[in-house]
Design a protein around this ligand. Sequence first.
Ligand code: 5GP
Length: 224
Amino acid sequence: MASEKADMAVKSPRRGLMLVLSSPSGAGKTTLSRELLKREVELVVSVSVTTRAPRVGEIDGKDYHFRSLEEFEALRDSGGLLEWAQVHGNFYGTPKADVMERLVLGGDVLFDIDWQGARQLAAKAPRDTVRVFILPPSAAALEQRLTGRQQDGRDVIEQRLAGAAVEIERWAEYDYIIVNERVDESLAQLTAILKAERLRGSRQPALSGHVGQMLADLSARRRV
Ligand code: 5GP
């Protein structure tokens, strides 16, 4: 992140945003995040801290910072987390370091967090937070995706299906809702949201100098 900072300050006069993606497990959020990150160079993902055990193929520091409960609590209690929540019996949290600084420099941060975390971020930084909810097209599609990825046992799948209803019930708290039927279409919708949100007046404070100069130029021209 550090090497990009100087660059961003020059290139981007805008303020960055926090793009929050929530969905029940199996709605396709991970695929959408991965594809979005490939296309959007100004977007980096926030890597959460969790007490959950790594799944096969997951890498510490890339997918999550995998920590013990004691380590998680120490980080949380020292104010190191921007938000945190308990999900499916495990703790998850967003490390504070770097996020706020990145926003000031015009970089965007993607968060794959649950409704509890989304709510906390929106309460703490309402002007910086854009919340998107990814809905599965149907209950059957959700179950099929959860069963099909074969990463978890049946008991875990049952637990996640139960948790899905809790997550889905919060959909109306979000700024945007995407029904993820086809990945390419959902990705196009997500990209459109990001593009539009970057253009918000409140995210382009540096334009006030430019506009001030333009108004001065216009007034000078009128006197000629
Ligand atoms: P998983 O264990 O399947 O990777 O994630 C389970 C749930 O925890 C997902 O809904 C995911 O969005 C959420 N989650 C992951 N990281 C965080 C975090 O830092 N904060 C919160 N509040 N939720 C998180």
